[in-house]
Write a protein that binds this ligand. Structure first.
Ligand SMILES: [Fe+2]
Length: 562
């Protein structure tokens, strides 16, 4: 392996969440999802803007790259896999879906192929174009950022070509593949199908089902569609796919008509959400148990879109089955770029670098000069704060809803104190205020708390080391009335624990808010409007601020009040 190896990781499947990242000697330099720059949520196009941002940030030319790694199987591999399936006729039900994956990748290659597209957009490169298996890339993205020497690695998503669930044994910097459950026997597919049945967008709104679930009650039987504990689970996909009788025909026959998008949520919708979430949790737990048994370890790494289910993750962590757990914060396909870019380190018996990921601030940042220029362009009145953390804390304590735009943008779906909307969690009305006036989103979706790590044990039962809001924990009963705006109906919360040495500015804001109020916790939700990507530039922040009911924008060193 040469000195100063430059690798570019790319997620591009034409399905969702295209992204790119740059690694220098195995160290993550920069990562961004295409949607943030293009402003098209879950943008699935070739991530030309994200790649350009990687190269610009790293001051790297395409000609200097050693490897360009796509987190998706090469078309030839998909075709060979399909042929094998066909020849053995092992899984006739999955064969057609496999063929579908080959056709998908062939069309991608010929019409809009990643490698060809790369050369056209960025000029000639001597870099090796490498295709990394989708689940292998997810698995690397979990293990190589865990800091664990040995772990069971579980990947669960909708589909990665033919894969739906996979189990790996990671140790000594390498990954041993133990098991793959092929699509369409997929927990992600099951969840997405019911997300759509409930009137939401698949591959995007699964959060809404998870948030709605605690409002429902047990009793809806989904055994016809999933057996969540059958070695390790079984999804009856034939019952889920649209057939001649119309979309969701079998679900409709069993559970009644599907919900029309934007229509009222009925009790039965809540009960279905409860059952879907419950089945997902059982299936995930069943896969995790199998993985821990097969690997005989007590460390777990999780990735894949299903691993964004923070509720299930929290239950797995609290189950007592394991000692340590790392969930890749960019668990969905954007994070595949991180794993793909490290795959070259496995060549010739090599080892992956492994460093615990403690933050997600890998995106672009903007200096005060650029921010001030944007404020002037819009002819806005602003002041320069001597200490923005103190200024913001004071405003929050007065009940103001803040846009908070600072430092490098987060990689992954959560705002963690760089591109956040912040508010006072003590106000029982604040959830409704932020929902109605700012986010324009559904009443049942909870907001998350960001808390000083030192104070986490005072507020939550578990997940006291949770930098990424990817684990749900129970709020201590005595504290539920103290932070009602971030406590869900079932007493849970999805905390971010903020460390002073990781994000000193955000930590000081929370610390100062705590000194004023006695509660070192703030409500933190992503800086975007409903249906839009999280803001990327100061201009995005200004536009979003004036399109919403936020009171104050704290952007870089500047404070803008309405
Ligand atoms: Fe995936």
């Amino acid at each position: 392996m040469k000195n100063c190896m430059l690798t570019l990781g790319i997620n591009y499947s034409q399905m969702h969440d295209s992204s790119a990242c740059l690694m220098r000697d195995g160290e993550l330099v920069f990562a961004v999802a295409e949607e943030r720059i293009s402003r098209a949520k879950h943008d699935a196009r070739f991530p030309v803007n994200a790649i350009r941002a990687c190269l610009d940030f790293g001051r790297v030319k395409a000609s200097q790259l050693d490897e360009v790694c796509f987190g998706w199987q090469a078309p030839g591999a998909a075709f060979r896999h399909d042929l094998k399936c066909y020849a053995t006729r092992k899984r006739p039900a999955t064969y057609l879906n496999g063929l579908n994956s080959t056709l998908h990748f062939l069309s991608m290659w010929h019409q809009d192929g990643g490698a060809k597209n790369f050369a056209q957009s960025f000029g000639e490169t001597k870099a090796r174009m490498r295709f990394v298996g989708h689940h292998a890339a997810h698995a690397i993205s979990a293990y190589a950022y865990s800091g664990f020497e040995e772990a069971a690695v579980v990947v669960m998503d909708g589909r990665g070509a033919w894969e739906a669930t996979s189990i790996w044994h990671a140790r000594y910097g390498r990954l041993e593949h133990l098991l793959t459950i092929p699509f369409p026997d997929s927990v992600g597919y099951f969840y997405s199908e019911f997300t759509e049945y409930l009137g939401f967008h698949r591959n995007s709104d699964e959060w809404k089902v998870m948030g709605l679930a605690p409002y429902g009650k047990p009793g809806v039987n989904l055994r016809e569609f999933i057996d969540p504990q059958a070695g390790p689970y079984k999804v009856h996909a034939r019952k889920l796919v649209a057939n001649g009788a119309g979309p969701f025909a079998d679900i409709v026959r069993r559970l009644g008509p599907n919900r029309v998008p934007e229509s009222e949520i009925e009790e039965r919708h809540k009960d279905v959400a409860y059952a879907v979430q419950d089945a997902c949790e059982l299936a995930m737990m069943s896969v995790v148990k199998m993985a821990l048994e097969k690997t005989k370890t007590r460390n777990l790494c999780l990735a894949g879109g299903v691993a964004l289910n923070s509720k299930a993750n929290g239950k797995i962590l609290a189950s007592g089955l394991l000692e340590r757990m790392f969930v890749q914060p960019a668990a969905s396909d954007d994070g595949v770029a991180l794993g793909a870019a490290l795959a070259p380190y496995l060549d010739s018996g090599g080892q992956l670098p492994n460093k615990a990921m403690r933050h997600a601030y890998f995106g672009p940042e903007f200096e005060d000069e650029a921010i001030e220029s944007a404020l002037r362009t819009y002819k806005l009145k602003y002041t320069r704060a001597s200490d923005v953390a103190v200024a913001a804390a004071e405003l929050l304590a007065k009940g103001k809803i803040l846009g908070w735009f600072q430092g490098r943008m987060e990689f992954g779906p959560r705002a963690l104190g760089s591109r956040s909307i912040l508010a006072d969690p003590r106000d029982p009305e604040m959830n409704a205020k932020v929902n109605n006036a700012v986010k324009f989103r559904e009443w049942w979706r909870p907001f998350a708390p960001s808390m000083k790590k030192e104070a986490a044990a005072e507020f939550v039962e578990s997940a006291t080391d949770s930098p990424f809001m990817i684990l749900t924990a129970q709020v201590k009963p005595k504290k539920r009335s103290v932070i009602p705006a971030v406590t869900h109906v079932d007493g849970s919360a999805r905390p971010q624990t903020v460390e002073k040495q990781i994000n000193p500015l955000f930590w000081r804001l929370i610390d100062d808010f705590g000194a004023r109020t006695g509660v070192p916790v703030v409500l933190n939700t992503s800086f975007n409007l409903r249906g839009e990507a999280i803001v990327h530039t100061p201009t995005d922040a200004i536009r979003t601020f004036f399109s919403s009911g936020m009171d104050v924008l704290v952007v870089g060193s500047f404070v803008v009040e309405k």
